[in-house]
Design a binder for this molecule. Structure first.
Ligand code: SF4
Length: 437
């Protein structure tokens, strides 16, 4: 029996990735239209009736964070500090039964595709006419734009397809309408996301249509930067590269998770790629878009990764000189195809390999940054800190990439505006600069 509302104040906690954040933002808009007052990631529980946690269930660290957060608020409910607790998202989709049994404090446990049901249980009403509208929680000048749900790939290490289901592209008109709405709300930078953006359209239109979608987005008034994340290397639609190169408001930036370079590991990961195909694709990307920024991610400690497989990966990172790099340690997830393999490497080795790759990248990043010193670049200012304004260039996505620290001066600088900045100093993963115009 769900306790009756004492007041209409809801605290919403959003864990995990940007795709989850978009779901939280959609929920917020719906709740607000049902006259709830929403506090996003509140610092105190004072006056809050209900807590909703949008959980993440991707890999072990993320699952642990979700479980810790749930336990924290279950305790708050037992102590009488909140009246009601609801859980939703990837972890609950994956472990619904267990959580329902083990967290009796939860007044409702929902998966990833149950927006109307959550609203109903919480005491609101789902409004179809709000389709495409969200309450933005990022700084108002940028927003994530989710173009699809789910994933049709079968990467052996990944739990996402079993959590989020098959790939389901959103209709192009719907996405354009959402982006136009965001531009009208003051958004200048769109971050295009889904589990696999290069797959976009295949399920809905019978062919890959990311290039068409980008053309449509680039024509929206007020959008100055469009940035593409999560492109999948296998069957990469090369037309996308021409569209990026030919549109000044699409960033010369590609996020392309490669995961490994060794053929045997790639085959076991079921990535549909080989080392040679990967190298060739990178060459094509760099040739087609001169000066492109390439961001990638790798996994260390996949089952059976030998010392020499890892050396091969290190040499590849050294020679490829990626602009931006992230490294994850392998997480042995039940239900994934790789779970049938033996998780051979201790977590200490996985972490050592992760640190080693980042050490290699540190030097590459520093050298790349040193080349920027003396140049003048266009920077979007994200926020003000005590000593600096903090912003990003076209080469950097929020949260995951480096930042530019702009020395405070007499110039008028506002968060959300573009400024010309002269780079004065390079650090490993940051740049320093001053306003030049
Ligand atoms: S592309 Fe692969 S790694 Fe990415 S969500 Fe799909 S299955 Fe997982």
């Amino acid at each position: 029996m769900i306790p009756p509302l004492k007041n209409k104040s809801i605290g919403l906690i959003s864990l995990g990735c940007a795709k989850n954040l978009v779901d939280s933002e959609v929920l917020m808009k719906q709740l607000e239209s049902s006259k709830f007052q929403i506090l996003f990631e509140p610092e105190t529980l004072q006056g809050i009736d209900t807590i909703i946690i949008n959980t993440c269930g991707f890999i072990s660290d993320a699952k642990q964070e979700s479980v810790d957060t749930i336990l924290h608020y279950a305790e708050a409910k037992r102590a009488g500090n909140i009246n009601r607790l609801f859980l939703m998202g990837c972890l609950t989709e994956r472990y619904r039964q267990e959580l329902t049994l083990e967290i009796p404090e939860a007044d409702g446990v929902f998966g990833v595709n149950e927006l109307p049901e959550i609203l109903h249980e919480v005491g609101g009403e789902y409004r179809h006419n709000l389709l495409g509208e969200r309450t933005i929680t990022t700084p108002s000048h940028y927003a994530y734009l989710k173009i699809a749900e789910g994933c049709d790939r079968t990467c052996s290490f990944c739990a996402i397809p079993m959590i989020r289901g098959a790939h389901k592209s959103k209709a192009m008109e719907e996405i354009i309408a959402e982006a136009t709405y965001l531009a009208g709300a003051g958004v200048k930078e769109l971050l295009v996301i889904s589990q696999d953006t290069t797959f976009y359209g295949l399920d809905l239109y019978g062919r890959r249509r990311l290039a068409d979608l980008l053309r449509g987005l680039a024509a929206i008034n007020g959008i100055e930067w469009i940035r593409i994340h999560y492109t999948y290397p296998h069957a990469f639609p090369l037309e996308v590269l021409d569209v990026i190169r030919d549109h000044p408001n699409i960033c010369n930036y590609i996020d392309i998770p490669l995961q490994h370079i060794n053929n045997r590991i790639l085959r076991s990961m079921k990535r549909g790629m080989t080392g040679d195909k990967t190298r060739k694709l990178l060459e094509t990307i760099r040739k087609t878009i001169p000066g492109v920024t390439i961001r990638t991610t790798f996994i260390t400690g996949y089952p059976g990764e030998t010392g020499s497989d890892f050396d091969e990966l290190c040499r590849f990172v050294e020679s490829s000189r990626f602009d931006r790099l992230g490294v994850f340690t392998y997480s042995h997830e039940e239900g994934t195809p790789a779970f049938k393999l033996r998780d051979t490497l201790p977590s200490r080795i996985k972490s050592q390999r992760q640190a080693h790759l980042m050490k290699i990248q540190e030097q590459i990043s520093l050298e790349r940054n040193q080349h920027q010193v003396g140049k003048e670049i266009k920077v979007l200012v994200d926020r003000e800190e005590e000593e600096f304004w903090v912003g990003r260039s076209e080469a950097d996505s929020p949260e995951v990439d480096q930042e530019i620290l702009i020395k405070k001066s007499a110039s008028t600088v506002n968060a959300g505006n573009f400024h010309q900045v002269r780079i004065t100093e390079a650090r490993f993963f940051d740049l320093l600069g001053e306003i030049s115009g």
